[in-house]
Design a protein around this ligand. Structure first.
Ligand code: F6R
Length: 260
């Protein structure tokens, strides 16, 4: 696992947008896994800027959402599909029919989960998967005690996650209780995992994921099993890491040809 401790959100955005740009440029049919929430926003801003400067194109790309709320009407402004459209894909040249998410409107949600995994497999898997981390250590919406081998499925959000996400909802709106999320085993199949965390409220979960034991109690610790996982942190999110100095030194002395 590579740990990169950077400065301002713009630096994080630039670094991770660079990794995504390389995927877009290197592959004929690139596939991206997109997370919602605050953490990836600096990356999406940088991708839009790079697209406006004609440095990158999403024309041959396919994008897959990591998760989606169950119970919101389609097109709801709080849905994760709408979030990604507003924050990224409405502003770049990704063909709208190549933005995919779990179909939470289906009567048979189990079938919707299986079909979503099939869609990802048929696209050749995900080249680069962006991830945030919950203050309880979740990735996607794999809450604590999720099987480290879990597949895409229906999950119930913890009260902590619902409270954390209430900031995106109006005062009279309820955060849905259920979601469909890619499972931890499914996430591990992506070629490159890039997890972003900012802020001291993430520091404990980050330390558990990076330096703690591999455990379903901290689902993000499953990154320890992936051969190409990058964790990009601001100093606040990194403050509980015991080996922070070592990670900084490693990154400073990285050979110029070795990119994240
Ligand atoms: C979002 C997702 C979640 C978030 C996590 C962090 O698609 O799957 O795991 O990445 O809850 O959210 P933020 O970035 O808002 O702190």
């Amino acid at each position: 696992m590579e740990i990169v401790i950077t400065g301002a959100p713009d630096e994080i955005g630039d670094l991770v947008a660079g990794a995504i740009a390389r995927v877009l440029q290197a592959r004929p049919d690139p596939t991206l896994g997109l997370a919602t929430g605050s953490s990836p926003l600096p990356v999406y801003r940088q991708l839009i800027d790079r697209h406006r400067r004609s440095e990158i194109s999403f024309a041959s790309a396919t994008a897959f959402l990591l998760d989606e709320y169950v119970g919101l009407p389609s097109g709801d402004p709080q849905s994760y599909r709408r979030f990604i459209e507003t924050e990224l894909t409405d502003h770049v040249d990704l063909p709208p029919d190549r933005l995919h998410g779990p179909d939470t409107d289906r009567a048979d949600l189990l079938e919707a989960c299986r079909d979503y995994e099939r869609l990802i497999r048929d696209a050749g898997g995900i080249d680069l998967q962006l991830l945030g981390i919950g203050s309880d250590g979740h990735i996607g919406f794999n809450e604590p005690t999720s099987s480290l081998a879990s597949r895409t499925r229906l999950k119930t959000l913890t009260p902590t996650t619902r409270a954390d996400n209430a900031r995106f909802f109006g005062p009279d709106e309820e955060v849905p209780l259920h979601v469909i999320t890619q499972g931890l085993g499914a996430i591990l199949e992506a070629g490159h995992l890039v997890l972003i965390a900012m802020g001291a409220h993430k520091a404990e979960a980050v330390a558990a994921a990076v330096e703690g034991p591999l455990t379903a109690m901290c689902p993000a610790s499953v990154l320890q099993l992936h051969p190409h996982a990058t964790v990009v942190l601001d100093p606040d999110a990194a403050w509980r890491l015991r080996l922070a100095d070592y990670y900084r030194q490693t990154y400073e002395h990285k050979p110029p040809w070795q990119v994240i």
